[in-house]
Design a protein around this ligand. Structure first.
Ligand code: SAH
Ligand code: TYD
Ligand code: ZN
Length: 411
């Protein structure tokens, strides 16, 4: 028997509240010649818990980082024009508000294809992207950014410090929550950060996940689910302080946190406000977590029931967006090609492959209109506005979208 699981931030006891069953890795899209092996391929128990001491929400079992992030990692950040605009805007804010000294320096963890740093590079500001996945690190370089192809940790932070000096900004989008060794990361950042510097990160917000029952935000890469309260507690353990927060509409609801050296910056009223809101919502109460888990089961059952009805009526249903998130949804609900015949996705690295565990073929977006299906399951629901606008002709031709966040709805 294994020992009782403990919190990876504080060592406290974990209270499990959701088990999504055995799951493959979210981005482990299957090459067609490996389809027969998929039934025997890697699975892990996707279960979520809250720490009884520090309230950090986290996966109980997790996948080794080099299994998830390797040279063939398929995720490309720049596939969404909304996300490109989001990061250009943020880069502009860094340039005007933080990178204003005589020779400023910014480090980004998980720089991917350079979606944020290319704006910084164009402005001629000193920067370094840290990107462990070789292929996408190369794409970043071709987009004009300076990239080190390694995992960030305390050791790399020390080498960056020796070569480039202290950082005015350390930034991580959709990356900090993906790392199981946050202890090493935070010690590295504490050393690397200039006295007046900031560590800014943005990741899916647990409050939005609970509110929208968006349980497909839970997959191997999302190891931690932050709240203002758990981040404030975690930061304090490393001599850092949560000085600002912002709720973001992107990716289905995210929390941007700003950490500074303890006492170095005033704490924004937004922090106090969000802490109060989380308390009032009972975000960490066991009744809330039980309600969330019940809502997940109900949502899954409703979606499968609707898809079966449509299949039995002879309707053609395809998926839109082969997201990592949808791996959780499809496997949890047991959605296979009899219910969703294929999924279209703009990422070249995913096309021609099959979804992990459920073996639904992935095709290019051109296949969507060739001819249009009767229904489209919006798997990339976090890009709803962008996709519905782009695919307006589908609706005009009589097609209907199937939404499942925050509940199952056809329109
Ligand atoms: N920042 C981008 C990419 C997010 S995907 C965006 O928001 O769209 C997560 C990225 O984090 C991947 O590119 C992955 O390779 C990278 N990553 C994972 N572990 C890391 C680590 N320890 N240090 C730096 N990057 C890491
Ligand atoms: P995303 O939701 O960003 O991430 P995750 O994989 O972490 O859940 O993935 C969006 C996917 O949807 C990505 O594979 C690209 C695809 N996509 C399209 O095919 N068309 C579009 O217009 C957009 C915005 C995304
Ligand atoms: Zn804890």
């Amino acid at each position: 028997m294994s020992d009782k699981p403990i919190c990876r931030i504080c060592g406290g006891a974990l209270r499990e509240f959701l088990d999504l069953g055995p799951q493959p890795m979210g981005n482990a899209f299957v090459p067609p010649d490996k389809r027969d092996d998929e039934a025997f391929a890697f699975r892990f128990r996707l279960a979520v818990a809250m720490c009884e001491a520090c309230t950090m929400v986290q996966l109980i079992d997790y996948v080794q980082h080099d299994q998830m992030f390797h040279s063939a990692y398929p995720y490309r950040s720049s596939g969404s024009s909304v996300m490109r605009a989001h990061f250009e805007d943020l880069a502009g804010r860094f340039l005007s508000e933080e990178l204003t000294g005589s020779d400023p320096f910014i480090v980004e963890l998980g720089s991917n294809d350079g979606i944020m740093l290319h704006t910084i590079a164009k402005a001629g500001v000193r920067h370094l992207g840290v990107e462990p996945c070789g292929d996408v690190a190369e794409v970043g370089r071709s987009n004009g950014i300076r990239v080190v192809n390694e995992f960030f940790d305390e050791d790399l932070a020390a080498r960056i410090l020796a070569d480039d000096g202290k950082a005015d900004v350390v930034f991580a989008a959709n990356t900090f929550s993906h790392i199981d060794f946050l202890d090493s990361i935070l010690r590295g950042i504490k050393n690397l950060l200039a006295p007046g510097g900031v560590f800014v990160f943005e990741d899916p917000y647990f409050g939005d996940i609970v509110q929208r029952a968006s349980f497909d935000q839970i997959y191997d890469e999302h190891i931690f689910f932050f709240t203002a309260r758990s981040v404030q507690d975690m930061a304090a353990r490393y001599g850092l302080e949560l000085v600002d927060v912002e709720l973001l509409p992107v990716h289905g609801g995210e929390l941007r946190c700003v950490l500074a050296h303890t006492g170095a910056r005033p704490v924004s009223p937004a922090v106090t406000e969000l802490l109060k809101q989380e308390e009032e919502q009972g975000l960490t109460d066991s009744a809330t977590l039980t309600r969330f888990a019940d809502g997940v089961r109900e949502l899954g059952e409703n979606l499968v029931a609707r898809l079966r009805e449509l299949r039995d009526q002879g309707k053609r249903v395809v998926g839109y967006g082969a997201t990592a998130k949808s791996t959780t949804l499809l496997n949890y609900c047991g959605i296979t090609p009899d219910l969703v015949s294929f999924i279209c996705d703009s990422t070249a690295e995913k096309q021609g492959r099959l979804t992990p565990g459920t073996l639904i073929p992935i095709e290019s977006p051109e296949a969507f209109a060739d001819p249009y299906p009767d229904y489209a399951l919006l798997l990339a629901w976090n890009h709803k506005d962008e996709i519905l606008e782009k695919e307006a002709a589908f609706r005009e031709a009589g097609g209907r979208w199937i939404h499942y966040v925050p509940d199952v709805r056809i329109d």
